[in-house]
Ligand binder design. Structure first.
Ligand SMILES: C[S@@+](CC[C@H](N)C(=O)[O-])C[C@H]1O[C@@H](n2cnc3c(N)ncnc32)[C@H](O)[C@@H]1O
Length: 262
């Protein structure tokens, strides 16, 4: 099929890719066997010290983080995903581990429509393993950021990760080439914005990912009601086990706070 006849990446593409069997097996295996990364554990301990905090996990997938939070002693947990097949896997894991987590189906860009969390004021939100960056188009990522802020109380903490186009010299070289392609109109036509990637890996399936630079995320937080608190590359937080490095590559952790006056 000629590249020009392929459809642009949309929310439907991403959702179908996460509902695909290969992805479901991949994320379910990680939820059952991998649990939290060392870096995630350190930052969760640091930024969510209260085990009674009302926490919301966005893009929970098959439950890797939500179930680990329960096992760490967090007791007021809500988690959602827009991929039904992954959510079904999270539900079985919750039952198997005897956890009490309110799981629900929702799209992070349309949370306002979601009755399960209406009137809730969460103390914290997590959007782990780059889920926010799997939302096509910056305006939609900003919409998700705004909607997550709207379901939090003032002072709530937000922890999430992204890639970073500048995280290594190799990445920088690759993106210099890609920026030339965009300048000349030779980019893959299914991509929406500079920084997007769409790729397929054995055992993981097809993945859409937007790779930002640091300035982009700082601007998005400012524009959507979040105050930046901290950001750090994963390798500076903790060395990770080989299984974690095989599951996930380098990323940047972000911590933001909903200011008291909004
Ligand atoms: C890389 S996976 C991570 C899954 C899980 N948090 C983990 O760490 O194993 C990203 C998750 O974000 C979810 N996701 C992406 N866009 C979403 C959206 N707009 N609304 C809700 N979930 C979304 C995907 O369905 C997927 O489960």
């Amino acid at each position: 099929m000629p590249a020009t006849s392929r459809k642009k990446i949309s929310r439907a593409t991403v959702r179908a890719d996460f509902n695909d069997l290969t992805a479901v097996v991949h994320y379910t295996r990680a939820a059952h066997t991998l649990g939290l990364w060392a870096s995630e554990r350190i930052l969760i301990d640091r930024y969510f010290p209260d085990k009674n905090a009302r926490l919301l996990e966005a893009g929970c997938g098959a439950g890797r983080v939500a179930v680990a939070l329960w096992e760490l002693g967090y007791r007021q947990l809500h988690a959602f995903d827009f991929a039904e097949e992954l959510l079904a896997q999270a539900q079985s894991l919750v039952i198997e581990r005897n956890a009490q987590i309110t799981l629900f189906h929702a799209d992070a860009t349309r949370l306002g429509l979601c009755h399960v969390i209406r009137d809730k004021a969460f103390d914290g939100v997590l959007f782990m393993f780059n889920g926010l960056m799997q939302i096509p188009l910056r305006r939609n990522r900003r919409r998700a950021l705004r909607q997550l802020a709207a379901v939090c109380r003032p002072g709530a903490t937000f922890l999430f990760t992204t890639h970073d186009r500048n995280s290594s010299p190799a990445e920088q070289a690759l993106w210099r080439l890609e920026s030339r392609r965009w300048a000349q109109g030779r980019q893959d036509p299914i991509l929406r914005e500079y920084g997007d990637r769409y790729f397929e890996e054995d055992g993981t399936g097809r993945t859409f990912m937007h790779l930002p630079d640091r300035a982009e995320i700082l601007a998005d937080l400012r524009a959507t009601g979040w105050a930046h608190v901290h950001d750090v590359l994963r390798r500076a937080v903790a060395p990770e086990a080989r299984a974690v490095r095989e599951f996930s590559d380098e990323c940047r952790f972000w911590v933001a706070r909903k200011p008291a006056q909004t």
